[in-house]
Design a protein around this ligand. Structure first.
Ligand SMILES: C[S@@+](CC[C@H](N)C(=O)[O-])C[C@H]1O[C@@H](n2cnc3c(N)ncnc32)[C@H](O)[C@@H]1O
Length: 183
């Protein structure tokens, strides 16, 4: 089976094009930010959020090495501030928002995403999307706090109703949810 991370990128490629706007809600080691920046180049832009300075430093280096510095702004703050941190004219225009929850591989496993802030970020991400835009949401079980986060995500998905189409790729590990804004 194709890895869920690759499936997420496949789905994002369908809606993300050069010159688009994108948000990486969990920058981490920057693999997804780099992917998004390379897709929106030359004139598009990515805004990335992470609470770990080390993650942002690693990601900035990755972008610089790829010559994509100008295509991304990295914010040292939580994605629960997404609605106030993005430029007002981005609202309703963003092609994709990526969430890859959990902890930074190789980093501090105490600095995980949390149910309350994840829910706040998801609620703010939906209106930021353009119609036809996509939220890619990877949700991991197994670590402390994961059960609560999974439940909160499932409850949110159950009530977004007619506004969205939700596809779930389940696995014995993480689940990938692809959420398309319809209205
Ligand atoms: C699984 S990693 C992300 C992997 C990343 N997308 C990549 O390509 O390497 C999850 C990241 O979420 C970050 N994180 C935790 N809480 C956060 C929050 N409230 N806002 C933004 N990022 C957060 C962690 O610091 C960690 O770097």
């Amino acid at each position: 089976m194709r890895p869920l991370t690759a499936l997420a990128h496949d789905a994002l490629c369908e809606v993300l094009h050069g010159d688009d706007r994108a948000i990486d809600a969990t920058v981490g080691n920057g693999h997804d930010t780099l992917f998004l920046a390379s897709r929106v180049a030359p004139h598009g832009h990515v805004i990335g959020f992470d609470i770990q300075p080390a993650a942002l430093t690693a990601t900035r280096s990755r972008l610089t090495a790829a010559g994509l510095d100008a295509n991304a702004t990295l914010l040292a703050c939580g994605h629960e501030r997404l609605g106030v941190e993005i430029p007002p004219d981005w609202v309703g225009t963003v092609a994709v928002v990526m969430f890859n929850l959990g902890y930074l591989p190789g980093g501090d496993k105490g600095l995980i995403t949390r149910a309350d802030t994840t829910l706040a970020a998801l609620q703010q991400a939906l209106p930021v999307l353009r119609i036809g835009g996509l939220i890619s949401l990877m949700v991991y079980p197994g670590h402390p706090g994961a059960d609560t986060e999974v439940q909160v995500v499932e409850d949110w998905l159950a009530q977004i109703g007619d506004q969205c189409r939700v596809t779930c790729h389940a696995s014995p590990g993480p689940n990938l949810y692809l959420i398309t804004r319809l209205a």
